[in-house]
Design a protein around this ligand. Structure first.
Ligand code: SER
Length: 323
């Protein structure tokens, strides 16, 4: 990557990725874009363009204006908001990806698109979910993710577009909140633990899902984009994960640092059903073998870092017991 266009730059991943790309490739070589105009959260000297990814011409014009060689396409609706408006989810997720692929084909750009653990469904093996397995998701978000994986494979085969992608698990971070996913509880719980010492969780206490701390997710995007193409067998949709836990397990970890923290449950049937349709833990062997994927954070080290950083951001008192 030499000059990169990022869509969805103001979102949970984009707001951190843009800063990291600026450090690595230089401010002039990172074009941040988002459908929202308020560029809140990005450094002042960032290059920023308003871009609605469903506008194919606008997408093309911005990519051409800056002569980008790579596109990191993050703009999408997540699983929970997707269920509230399936038509909009299809329009944004598939329309946006189609435009990203067409722009990449026409301008010769490499393209990164995230898929998700949501690309799996109730009939997928739940434990150690293989890289190549049954994918019959029953959420609109999952349907767009499987379709996206296939479309990216197709553009590579048919047109030689350098498409790459990972299946992200739930992503946990303190800078920008996620935008309406099923795994959002694992972010909210840290905010509420610090602010109220109590969190009411909408996912049942023993439901496990794969998760990852944002620094590992950012590394994964950059490492995959910089990987030797000749070693990539799968290209799009690599399983990656850093940890798998249930609400009860993350609450236990938080209690080690905030002993009077309490978790309560008020299950949301829609999000619980989505969570149950996803794997408990996926197998990331292909990503490890083909491009050296390795996560640095586990549940314990992530919890220590999250509570430390988030307490500063929220300016709340936080005095973990001495180890
Ligand atoms: N974190 C996402 C969601 O919950 C999964 O890709 O929708």
């Amino acid at each position: 990557m030499k000059r990169v266009l990022v869509t969805g730059s103001l979102g949970q991943i984009g707001s951190e990725l843009v800063v990291r790309l600026q450090e690595l490739y230089g401010h002039k070589n990172v074009i941040a874009s988002d459908v929202r105009r308020a560029r809140h959260g990005l450094p002042d000297n960032s290059i920023f363009e308003v871009l609605d990814v469903t506008d194919g011409n606008g997408f093309y014009e911005i990519a051409k204006k800056y002569n980008v060689d790579s596109i990191i396409h993050l703009a999408a609706l997540l699983s929970s908001v997707g269920e509230q408006n399936p038509q909009k989810a299809w329009h944004i997720n598939m329309g946006g990806l189609y435009n990203a692929l067409e722009v990449s084909r026409q301008l010769g750009c490499a393209l990164f698109t995230p898929s998700s653990i949501a690309a799996f469904g109730p009939s997928t093996p739940k434990d150690n979910t293989p890289q190549d397995t049954l994918q019959r998701p029953d959420t609109i978000y999952g349907v767009t993710k499987v379709s996206g994986e296939l479309l990216c494979d197709y553009y590579h085969k048919k047109y030689g577009v350098d498409t790459r992608g990972v299946r992200f698990p739930g992503l946990i971070s303190y800078k920008t909140l996620p935008g309406g996913g099923t795994t959002d509880y694992a972010v909210e719980i840290y905010y509420e633990a610090l602010k109220a010492k109590e969190y009411t969780c909408y996912i049942e206490e023993n439901t496990k899902m794969d998760m990852m701390y944002m620094p590992d997710a950012i590394d994964a995007i950059i490492d995959l984009m910089e990987a030797d193409a000749s070693k990539l067998v799968h290209r799009n949709a690599f399983n990656i994960t850093a940890m798998s836990f249930s609400p009860k397990e993350i609450a236990e970890e938080i209690k080690k640092l905030i002993p009077d923290f309490r978790i309560k449950y008020d299950i949301d049937p829609t999000r619980q059903e989505i969570a149950e349709s996803w794997p408990n833990c996926i197998d990331a062997t292909a990503a490890k073998e083909e491009w050296g994927f390795k996560a640095k954070y586990d549940l314990t080290s992530m919890t220590e870092d999250m509570l430390d950083k988030l307490s500063r951001k929220l300016q709340v008192e936080y005095n973990p017991p001495a180890a």
